[in-house]
Design a protein around this ligand. Structure first.
Ligand code: ZN
Length: 676
């Protein structure tokens, strides 16, 4: 008996064997395909119900199988599961192509779309219709055959080029190593970092120490190594990946990628790639993104320049450095930060025992949204470390199941994330409640020592739990619009806003107590956390803006006239550069976020999301951080609404107006210098 072949409620983890997955996928894909073909080949008049809604409810078994499988592949994998993932991934993309390229299906979707104004649809239905229609039209469904063919060629070429771009960056990263044979060259590095460098050398049969361009090796060296010459060497190696005019060079790839993206956008009727991408974002247009970045730039720049001057002065005093260079930034910033704050993780950790923090985040959710958390032991789980909860509202109605998987182990990837095993939706009058999961990598307790979190881990837990709430409190009709199925410059609002409670006395008092003495965290420590969180915020903001502007300069205009990658980059960085320019380096040639990953025309969204969460939290601050009325508005208009409506409309209904950048500037300590 294959437990994945028939419908199930909670994921049947304990009955699962690896050999169940592939047959389950094959059958679920067949079932989903049959459902889709049924919709596409129906002979009755296309309606919202028989076409759009039917499409959204189709493939439920496949969704369940996929979520169980891919969640396990992240949280509890093994070589066999990884191999199955390789095998089923092409089957899944083939299936999704079968939908988006199905002309009969598109005809029916378009027939409904064309009469959308006469259908008296609810807002949610209109949104679903628009989303389904665009999933075809944005893939070329409306184009004549020759242009369709060209679109497929571009897509194929682009996926090859993006892959090549990433492979070059990886090869460049792996190619470089800095081999040190004198311990004096590692002066300044903490013992643990030295050990790691020695270990790395040993693993490659070398004497001494190795430093590489991988972050865990590169970052500590730039932060702690006293030797300026070596920092320079490493910094230039890091900054010149894909920029050596050799077979791993990415300059030509960038020119090709940006031109193909532009051509693709034009084919589909958009002015630029950014116009195409931003159509499905809260920001909506490149003009709005530019306006946003420039407004932020104007406010952050004076602070950044002051911080830079202060850092340069500090470096001059300390080591007689005349002109602060890129390879000095991290090093002197770290020294200055230590001098100003004298705050390290070890001082804070005793106040953040994992169990207390979990109880704290539950308490915060209870005070805000009236949720009750009950740990339960009758739900099947994939590992003994996983804890399971049933979450109820005030009236004891089930809101969600919650899986919490907090500790690292082999087979779990790094980082922290929220995911779901079952979506929320309403079907046949039944509100199906979701199964939500948070996965993190916090140190496991031992017999003698509990799991104590760094402050960074505390905010991570609150962050992921915020995504979790977005899933748990979902209350929409259609699964395709439920929970976190929102525009991606909106998806970080529920998560980032939760982090704010970690800085508030009233919230910390609920859970930040010393694990031995029970003493509540001293408020001067909390103040230090706040102050250090905004240390050099002007420079950090400018840096984020510069990446956003660079991204937009590649994707927000016609790139056909661009021949020189470095010159284009210098133009984009003109307003944001603080450090002297270094001719050997180029950011674009290793900017994988936008040339390999999915961030093209989307880099601005990091800052965008911060503006949203700061503005939203300012509302709480105004009325009280546990104010029920504000919390209920947030739940009713944001957390429960998923993607049922344009995010700006949802936000305005919660907040009463569009988000403004002032709250972020205030939180970041950037406001005082710009307003007078
Ligand atoms: Zn997040």
């Amino acid at each position: 008996m294959n437990p994945l072949l028939s419908p199930f409620d909670t994921a049947p983890f304990s009955k699962l064997k690896n050999e169940h997955f592939k047959p389950a996928f094959l059958k679920a894909i067949d079932m989903a395909r049959a459902e889709i073909y049924g919709i596409a080949n129906a002979t009755d008049t296309p309606t919202f119900e028989n076409t759009i809604a039917a499409l959204d409810y189709a493939g439920q078994q496949l969704d369940r199988v996929s979520s169980v499988f891919f969640n396990l592949n992240s949280a509890e994998t093994n070589p066999e599961i990884q191999k199955i993932a390789q095998e089923v991934s092409p089957l899944l993309s083939e299936f999704s192509n079968d939908i988006t390229l199905n002309e009969d299906l598109f005809k029916r979707v378009k027939a409904v779309y064309d009469q959308r104004h006469n259908l008296k649809l609810t807002t949610e239905e209109q949104t679903l219709l628009d989303k389904k229609y665009k999933s075809f039209s944005r893939n070329g469904a409306n184009l004549p055959d020759d242009k369709k063919k060209r679109l497929r060629e571009i897509d194929a070429e682009l996926s090859k080029l993006k892959l090549q771009f990433g492979e070059n960056v990886l090869a460049e990263t792996n190619k470089y190593e800095m081999h040190l044979t004198s311990e004096a060259d590692l002066d300044g590095l903490p013992e643990g970092e030295k050990e790691a460098a020695a270990q790395l050398a040993k693993s490659k049969d070398k004497e001494g120490w190795l430093i590489t361009l991988d972050y865990p090796s590169y970052i500590p060296f730039m932060k702690y190594a006293k030797n300026r010459k070596l920092r320079k060497e490493l910094s230039i190696a890091f900054g010149s990946k894909g920029f050596h005019d050799d077979e791993l060079d990415n300059q030509k790839n960038i020119i090709k990628i940006t031109n193909l993206r532009h051509e693709r956008a034009n084919l589909l009727g958009y002015k630029t790639h950014a116009h195409y991408v931003l159509e499905e974002r809260m920001a909506e247009t490149p003009e709005k993104v530019h306006q946003f970045l420039n407004e932020l730039l104007e406010k952050a720049k004076p602070a950044a320049e002051r911080e830079y001057a202060e850092l340069e002065e500090f470096a001059k005093k300390m080591d007689n450095i005349d002109r602060l260079q890129k390879w000095d930034g991290a090093y002197y910033s770290e020294k200055l930060k230590q001098k100003l704050f004298d705050l390290d993780d070890e001082k804070l950790k005793p106040y953040f025992k994992l169990e207390n923090v979990i109880a704290g985040v539950f308490k915060v959710a209870e005070k805000l949204f009236g949720l009750q958390f009950e740990e339960v032991f009758d739900i099947d789980k994939y590992h003994p470390d996983v804890k399971t909860y049933r979450i109820y509202d005030q009236d004891k109605n089930l809101v969600s199941l919650f899986y919490a998987d907090f500790h690292p182990r082999p087979g779990k990837r790094g980082g922290a994330w929220m995911t779901s095993y079952k979506a929320q939706y309403v079907q046949n009058g039944i509100n199906v409640r979701p199964h939500i999961s948070n996965v993190c990598n916090f140190t496991k307790p031992t017999a003698s020592k509990p799991s104590l979190l760094t402050f960074n881990e505390v905010t991570t837990l609150f962050h992921e739990f915020g995504h979790g709430l977005h899933g748990m409190l979902a209350n929409t009709v259609y699964p395709g619009l439920s929970g976190t199925s929102v525009y991606w410059d909106f998806v970080e609002l529920p998560s980032q806003i939760m982090e704010n409670w970690c800085f508030e006395k009233e919230a910390l008092e609920l859970f930040a107590t010393h694990y031995e003495s029970g003493e509540v965290i001293p408020m001067d420590l909390v103040q230090k956390i706040k102050d250090s969180a905004t240390f050099q915020e002007g420079m950090a903001t400018l840096r984020q803006i510069s990446f956003g502007l660079l991204d937009m300069s590649w994707h927000g205009t016609d790139p056909s006239g661009i021949a020189n990658v470095k010159a284009q980059e210098q133009l984009a960085f003109k307003e944001t550069d603080l450090y002297p320019e270094s001719p050997e380096t180029c950011m674009s040639t290793s900017f994988s976020h936008i040339f390999q990953g999915g961030y093209s025309s989307g880099y601005y969204s990091y800052k965008w999301a911060e503006v949203l969460d700061a503005d939203a939290f300012a509302y709480f601050k105004e009325k009280g951080i546990f104010n029920k009325e504000v919390a209920t508005k947030f739940k009713d208009n944001v957390l429960s609404q998923g993607g049922t409506e344009k995010p700006m409309e949802l936000y305005k209904r919660f907040r009463g107006s569009e988000p403004k950048i002032e709250a972020l500037l205030k939180r970041a300590g950037l406001l005082s210098e710009t307003s007078n």
